[in-house]
Design a binder for this molecule. Structure first.
Ligand code: SF4
Length: 429
């Protein structure tokens, strides 16, 4: 922060940072509430030397210093590293959905828009039907009823007009979705059925030994498929090791991501999602075909050799196709394919995925470690947020807010692990 040449001297950045750290450690995140606390809470009055900035100053600090706040959070992770708290070089990666300020009714996707327009249409139809039956009664009461219904129809038509305008804006958006309050917030499905929310998907890499958050990132993409290598690399850099072990759930499974991690010296543990269409149909799945690396061929359930025949490009990936021409001779074929022969596809880097699967088969306990690790930070932070939404709008500012949450969470963890005195000492050194 640069002080102004004229006017009243500004508050030192450390004063307001202290207010925020105190606030996030004590479940007070709103600038208005922090303003009040600074005037009446003895602990906070002592901490900031009885200075009492107004809520605007407090809010502006968080709004204008996002990058610096993120650096403070990173600095604290560096301190943990110096204190040798990441000695195991083993992290669990997970994402969790957090609510944005944006209400669900102020977010529009194609499906939601279609549903709303349909509901309005149905309501208008219903009201028109009621008007028609009121007309047949021809009494004074019926007349008032008709007027009331016509008024309702008018309001619905106005709403329809408004939605049509929003639909144009929505279809112009790159992902055909708009949020009116927080433009960056996105509609996201959550694990419970029919419990979608408008918010952000926060990614974290959590150290499995002490449950400290090593790296975090706020995204507005509803799934985790493209996050594994980014988060793993961030965690690796933060911990400062050459080799890192990472565990994640099946939502992160993507060949390219695992291959990227492998190239970067990151050992991954994650299960493969069961999405094989053949298995759903009751046919043999790909896992029933054994790959024989030295011969570059598959051995099928009938013991036949499937030889590599063709190569193709699909979405930037080189794929090979394997098959045998003797399928029709075997009665087992009815459990394998409805076609002339069963063909098996292999990605050029599939050996990396096979190795990852073999690792997980040898050590399935890693998944238990994952569950026990990631639940802790997300559970704690959400409890601190008291099931409410982020205070700020747009991904940039929400990221700042998340950094403050992560900083507070990590500080509290280290206080529990080492004690407050030891932490103060370590910060002073
Ligand atoms: S149908 Fe072909 S690939 Fe499938 S089990 Fe029979 S021989 Fe093997």
């Amino acid at each position: 922060m640069e002080p102004n040449d004229t006017g009243r001297p500004a508050y030192h950045s450390s004063t307001i940072l202290k207010i925020y750290v105190y606030g996030y450690l004590n479940r007070v995140q709103s600038s208005r509430r922090l303003e009040r606390e600074a005037q009446r809470n003895v602990e906070l009055m002592w901490l900031v030397g009885r200075l009492a900035p107004d809520f605007k100053t407090i809010a502006n600090f968080r709004k204008d210093n996002g990058e610096a706040i993120r650096l403070v959070c990173r600095e604290f992770v560096m301190l943990c590293r110096k204190l040798n708290l990441f000695a195991d070089a083993f992290v669990a990666i997970d994402g969790s959905k957090f609510k944005a300020v944006n209400n669900r009714d102020r977010n529009f996707t194609k499906a939601k828009m279609k549903r709303r327009l349909q509901q309005i249409d149905e309501s208008i139809g219903r009201y028109l039907g009621q008007i028609a039956s009121a007309d047949r009664q021809e009494s004074a009461i019926a007349e008032t009823k008709t007027e009331r219904l016509e008024e309702k129809i008018k309001t619905l038509k106005q709403e329809m007009k408004r939605l049509r305008k929003l639909e144009v804006r929505m279809l112009e958006a790159p992902d055909q979705q708009i949020s009116l309050t927080d433009p960056d917030a996105r509609s996201m499905a959550t694990s419970g059925r029919g419990t979608g929310m408008v918010g952000y998907n926060v990614q974290t890499a959590v150290d499995t030994k002490h449950h400290l958050i090593v790296a975090h990132e706020v995204t507005n993409v509803g799934h985790d498929r493209r996050q594994l290598s980014t988060m793993s690399k961030q965690a690796k850099a933060a911990i400062g090791v050459d080799e890192l072990t990472v565990v994640a759930d099946r939502g992160y499974f993507r060949g390219e991501e695992i291959f990227d991690c492998d190239k970067a010296g990151i050992t991954t543990y994650l299960p493969k999602p069961q999405t094989s269409g053949n298995m759903f149909k009751g046919f043999f799945g790909k896992r029933d075909f054994i790959y024989v690396a030295e011969d570059d061929e598959y051995r099928c359930p009938a013991g036949q050799r499937l030889i590599r025949h063709t190569q193709m490009q699909e979405q930037g990936q080189t794929l090979y196709r394997y098959w045998t021409s003797v399928c029709s001779k075997y009665s087992i074929k009815s459990k394998c394919t409805t076609g002339k022969e069963r063909r098996v596809t292999r990605w050029e880097h599939e050996a990396v995925l096979d190795a990852a699967q073999a690792r997980l088969d040898r050590d399935p306990q890693k998944m238990r470690v994952r569950r026990e690790t990631v639940e802790h930070p997300f559970g704690t932070i959400k409890a601190w947020m008291e099931s409410t939404h982020f205070q700020m709008k747009t991904i940039k500012r929400v990221s700042t807010e998340m950094s403050l949450h992560v900083l507070a969470y990590n500080m509290k963890r280290v206080m529990n692990i080492l004690g407050t005195r030891a932490l103060i000492e370590a910060i002073r050194v």
